[in-house]
Ligand binder design. Structure first.
Ligand code: SF4
Length: 752
C-alpha cells in the first residue's frame, strides 16, 4: 500500500480497561508500527504484549467486507431497508419489547450513545444490554447501592500513592498489565508498599504479593464482613466519618458480627492466623486501595462482595482521598463509556436512572423523543432466554460473539438459530454468532474507526482512524442512524460525524446539571469538530469551561522552578516531570497548592455522595451458602483470561507472537487432584458440567487451588476443537446485578 507521506496518529488501545494511549506510525510504504504514547496519562509510553502486537492483527483475512442478506452480497441500502422494516414490523405487531440490541464494551462511546438513544428514546424499550454485563455489572450495582450512583471514586495515581494495595479476584499482571507495571514501578521507589492478593489461584500477580490468600470460591463476602467486624473489635473505625457521611453502619456491623473468625476461616479456606495477618495489615494502614475485578463481579453474590469491600472503606473513611478507596477495574476498553451513555438495560444516559420519572422526563425532553423506556429492559442472560422462547422477534448484535462468550453458550446459539430475525454487525466474517445472522453488516475496526472510549479511571480518550475502511465497512453509529432514519426518526439521527454525537453526549452530561438535576456527575463541555479532533485525554468531571486542563502542560510552576511535563488533572496539585525515562511526581506551588494530592479528580473527598441526603450507604451483607458441589460434579470450574489473548481471539488469534505464549487451551489442576484422578501433565482431559463438556490439555500446577479447575475463556471451535468453555458455564446470575457466575461452576474431570 502506498501512502502520500509517513504520519503518526495518536489513538488508544482497543483491549482492556486500562485504556493505554497508542501512537500508530504509518510509514510511506504503508507499514504500520505501534508504540506506547509517552504523553498518555494511563500508560506514559508503556504497552503490554497485546498492545505491542496490535500492528500484527490488522490484516484483512477473515474480514466481512460487504453487507449480506441470507448469505448473499447486498448493498447497504437494501440491507438497511430490511433491518428497519423488520424492526418496525415487530414493534408494530408485538410492541417495543419484542426487539432487542445486544452490544459490546468494544463499541466506541458514540456507537453506544446512538444504540441507547434509538432503543430507549425512540423504540421506547430498554431492551439494550451489553457484554459488559458479563464483566462489571456487579460493580455498577454495588456502586449504586453504596454511593447512589455508578461512580468510580479514584484514579490510577492512587495505586502509586497507596501503602497497601489489596487485589481481589484480579490477575492484574495478565489482565491489566500496564496498571500492574505502574504498581511494580511505584513499589521499586517505595519498597515499604505492601501488596495482598486474594485469589483462589496463585497467579502471576500473586507471585508479586507480600501475602496471597488462596480463598475458597465465593469466600470474599465472608472475608470482608470478617474484616469489618475486626475493624470494629480493634477500634480501627473512623467514627467521625461514619456519623457525618454514611447511613446504615449499625446494620452492616450486626450482619458482619454473625460470623466469628473461626466461621470466616471455614468459609474462606484461609487459616485464622493468615486472616489475622491480613486484617491487621488493613487495619493499621491508612492508605489502602482495594482493587477488584471479575473474580468479585462474576458471582451469584457479586454485588454483595462489592458492598462488603466498600463497607470496609467507608468504615475507615478511606475513600476519595489520595492513595485510598475501593477501585473496580473494568475488563473492556469502553465498558465505562457504555455506562456513561446508559448502555445497560437498567440505566439511562448520563448516569440517570430509568426507575426515576424525573430522569426519564429529562432524557425525553433533551432528545425530544416520541417515547421513553418506562422500566428496565432484559439483561443479557434474560435477553437470550427471551430470544429462545420467542418473545424477541428481532435482535441486533454488535461487536460481540455471544454464541461463544455467553454462559450456557450452546443454549444461546440455539436461541439465535430459532430467532426470526438476527442482524450482526462485526468486522469478522466467520464467528459462531454471525453464521446465524439473517443480515450481516460490515463494521469498521480498530485503526479504521473514530470516536472516544473511557477507561477504568473515568479518563476519556480518542480512538482515531489511520487506515481506510476495507470494502464497504462502515461505523456502527452510522448503520444505526441510517436504520433510525428509515424507521421515521430522521431529524434526531442526522449525524455526519462522530464529533457531532460526542458534542450531543457532552451537552447531555451538562443538561440541567448542577441546577435542578439532583446530582452533577458526567460533566464535560461540548466540543466542535476541530476540538474533537485534537481532544487530549481528560478525566471527567472536567471543568465547567471545557475539556481542556486548566493549566496546559509545560506551563505549570513547580517547586524549585522546574517546568512540569504534564499536570495530572485540572484539579491536581501535582505534575509529572521526567528525568530520562524516570517519571517523577512533583508538587505544584502558588495557587495550585492545596489541591488534592496525587493528581486526578476524586469523587467523595468530602463525602457528598449522590444519594438524596448526600450520605453513603452501608449495605448489610451476609455470606452466601457455598455452591453445592455434589457427587456428580465434585470440583469447581473457574474461567478467566490468559495474558496474550483477548475474548474469542478474532483479533489476537492473528498474531503468531501472541499465540506462542500459550499455544492451546488447557485445564489447570492441582497436583493433589491430578494424583486422585490418575492424571499426568499434558494428558487430555474431559471437563464436564451440567451444561456440556470440553477436551483440554492438563496442566498440573501447584498454583491451582485443590478442588478447582481453571480453564481460559478464549478458545472457540475456530481455534481448537471442543474447547469452548462458556458452553459449560452456568447462566445463574447475581440477583441484584444480573451478572452471570462464571467462576464457580460445579464440574468433574476425567482422563480422555
Ligand atoms: Fe492495551 Fe490493556 Fe495492554 Fe494497555 S494494558 S496495552 S490497554 S491491553
Amino acid at each position: 500500500m502506498q501512502t502520500e507521506e509517513a504520519r503518526e496518529v495518536r489513538t488508544t488501545c482497543p483491549y482492556c480497561g486500562v485504556g493505554c494511549g497508542v501512537l500508530a506510525e504509518v510509514a510511506a510504504d504503508g507499514e504500520i508500527a505501534v508504540r506506547g504514547d509517552p504523553d498518555h496519562p494511563a500508560n506514559f509510553g508503556r504497552l503490554c504484549s497485546k498492545g505491542s502486537a496490535l500492528a500484527e492483527t490488522l490484516d484483512l483475512d477473515d474480514r466481512l467486507f460487504y453487507p449480506e442478506i441470507h448469505g448473499r452480497r447486498a448493498g447497504w441500502n437494501e440491507a438497511l431497508d430490511l433491518v428497519a422494516s423488520k424492526f418496525s414490523q415487530a414493534i408494530a405487531e408485538h410492541g417495543p419489547d419484542s426487539v432487542a440490541f445486544y452490544v459490546s464494551g468494544q463499541l466506541l462511546t458514540e456507537d453506544y450513545y446512538i444504540a441507547n438513544k434509538l432503543m430507549k428514546g425512540f423504540v421506547g424499550s430498554a431492551n439494550i444490554d451489553t457484554n459488559s454485563r458479563l464483566c462489571m455489572a456487579s460493580s455498577v450495582a454495588g456502586h449504586r447501592r453504596a454511593f447512589g450512583s455508578d461512580t468510580v471514586p479514584g484514579t490510577y495515581e492512587d495505586l502509586e500513592l497507596a501503602d497497601l494495595i489489596v487485589l481481589v479476584g484480579s490477575n492484574l499482571a495478565w489482565c491489566h498489565p500496564v496498571l500492574y507495571q505502574r504498581i511494580v514501578a511505584a513499589r521499586e521507589k517505595r519498597p515499604a508498599m505492601k501488596i495482598v492478593v486474594i485469589d483462589p489461584r496463585r497467579t502471576m500477580t500473586a507471585d508479586f504479593a507480600d501475602l496471597h490468600l488462596a480463598i475458597a470460591p465465593d469466600g470474599d463476602t465472608a472475608l470482608f464482613t470478617g474484616l469489618l467486624a475486626f475493624l470494629a473489635d480493634n477500634g480501627r473505625l473512623d467514627r467521625d466519618y461514619i456519623s457525618r457521611h454514611t447511613n446504615g453502619f449499625d446494620g452492616a456491623l450486626l450482619a458482619a458480627q454473625t460470623l466469628d473468625l473461626d466461621s470466616v476461616s471455614d468459609r474462606t479456606g484461609i487459616s485464622e492466623e493468615t486472616l489475622a495477618r491480613f486484617y491487621s495489615l488493613f487495619a493499621n494502614t491508612q492508605r489502602v486501595v482495594t482493587v477488584y475485578s471479575q473474580g468479585v463481579n462474576q458471582s451469584t453474590s457479586g454485588t454483595d462482595k462489592v458492598n462488603a469491600i466498600i463497607n470496609c472503606h467507608l468504615a475507615t473513611g478511606r475513600i476519595g482521598r489520595p492513595g485510598m478507596g475501593p477501585f473496580s477495574v473494568t475488563g473492556q476498553p469502553n465498558a465505562m463509556g457504555g455506562r456513561e451513555v446508559g448502555g445497560l438495560a437498567n440505566m439511562l444516559a448520563a448516569h440517570m436512572e430509568i426507575e426515576n420519572p424525573q430522569h426519564r422526563d429529562r432524557v425525553q425532553r433533551f432528545w425530544k423523543s416520541p417515547a421513553i423506556a418506562e422500566r428496565p429492559g432484559l439483561k443479557a442472560v434474560d435477553m437470550f432466554r427471551a430470544v429462545a422462547d420467542g418473545r424477541i422477534k428481532a435482535l441486533w448484535i454488535m461487536a460481540t460473539n455471544p454464541a461463544d462468550s455467553m454462559p450456557d453458550a450452546d443454549a444461546v446459539e440455539a436461541a439465535l438459530r430459532a430467532c426470526p430475525f438476527v442482524v450482526v454487525s462485526d468486522i469478522a466474517a466467520n464467528t459462531d454468532t454471525i453464521r446465524h445472522a439473517h443480515v450481516k453488516l460490515p463494521a469498521t475496526g480498530w485503526g479504521e474507526k473514530d470516536g472516544t472510549v473511557t477507561n477504568s479511571e473515568r479518563r476519556i480518550s480518542r480512538q482515531r482512524a489511520f487506515l481506510p475502511p476495507p470494502g464497504e465497512a462502515r461505523p456502527d453509529w452510522w448503520a444505526m442512524a441510517e436504520v433510525a432514519k428509515r424507521m421515521g426518526f430522521a431529524e434526531a439521527f442526522s449525524y455526519d460525524a462522530p464529533s457531532e454525537i460526542f458534542a450531543e453526549h457532552a451537552a447531555f452530561s451538562a443538561f440541567e446539571n448542577g441546577g435542578e438535576r439532583d446530582f452533577d456527575i458526567g460533566v464535560y463541555a461540548a466540543v466542535d469538530g476541530d476540538g474533537y479532533e485534537a481532544l487530549a485525554p481528560f478525566q471527567w468531571p472536567a471543568p465547567a469551561g471545557g475539556t481542556t486542563p486548566l493549566w496546559p502542560a509545560g506551563h505549570l510552576p513547580l517547586k524549585g522552578g522546574d517546568q512540569a511535563v504534564a499536570q495530572l488533572s485540572p484539579t491536581s496539585n501535582v505534575a509529572e516531570t521526567r528525568k530520562g525515562s524516570e517519571l517523577l511526581i512533583s508538587p505544584l506551588e502558588g495557587e495550585m497548592a492545596g489541591r488534592p494530592e496525587g493528581g486526578g479528580f476524586r469523587f467523595f473527598a468530602d463525602g457528598n455522595f449522590f444519594t438524596p441526603d448526600r450520605k453513603a450507604r452501608f449495605v448489610a451483607v451476609t455470606p452466601p451458602e457455598q455452591r453445592a458441589i455434589n457427587n456428580n460434579f465434585p470440583l469447581t470450574l473457574n474461567t478467566g483470561r490468559v495474558r496474550d489473548h483477548w475474548h474469542t481471539m478474532t483479533r489476537t488469534g492473528k498474531s503468531q507472537r501472541l499465540s506462542q505464549h500459550l499455544a492451546e487451551p488447557f485445564a489447570e489442576i492441582h497436583p493433589s487432584d491430578a494424583r486422585q484422578y490418575g492424571i499426568s501433565d499434558a494428558d487430555i482431559l474431559r471437563v464436564s458440567t451440567a451444561h456440556g463438556e470440553v477436551l483440554l490439555r492438563a496442566l498440573v500446577m501447584p498454583r491451582q487451588r485443590p478442588g478447582s479447575i481453571f480453564v481460559p475463556m478464549h478458545w472457540t471451535d475456530q481455534f481448537a476443537s471442543k474447547a469452548r468453555v462458556d458452553a459449560l458455564v452456568t447462566s445463574i446470575t447475581d440477583p441484584v446485578s444480573g451478572q452471570p457466575a462464571s467462576k464457580n461452576v460445579p464440574a468433574r474431570m476425567e482422563r480422555f
